[in-house]
Design a protein around this ligand. Structure first.
Ligand SMILES: [Zn+2]
Length: 101
């Protein structure tokens, strides 16, 4: 009789110990998942800000390639035209008036 109670008690202790472990690991998983999500968001933010900074740098600095630097997009049709062209060869839009420079 006494031995059975002790075995039952040990069984209950083991059961609650495992229950505790399961609950603890579940809590750890949720907090871990939240942390990972936070890290992901942070990395994405850093990446997007870095891309923005890079694109801004590209906008400020004229491209090093002279071939591309000598060209620009027509504001009307988007056709690639030479900077030296006064009119767009595609749509005929006046790109640079003579009075300018
Ligand atoms: Zn054009």
């Amino acid at each position: 009789m006494g031995a059975a109670v002790i075995i039952w008690l040990i069984g209950m202790i083991i059961f609650f110990f495992f229950l505790y472990l399961v609950v603890q690991s579940a809590i750890d998983n949720t907090t871990m998942a939240g942390n990972i999500q936070e890290i992901k968001d942070l990395l994405q933010e850093m990446k997007s800000s870095r891309v923005q900074a890079a694109s801004q740098q590209n906008d400020e600095n004229t491209p090093a390639d002279l071939e591309t630097a000598a060209y620009e997009d027509c504001p009307a049709c988007g056709n690639r035209v030479r900077v030296t062209d006064k009119t767009c060869p595609d749509c005929g839009l006046t790109l640079h008036s003579d009075s300018e420079n």
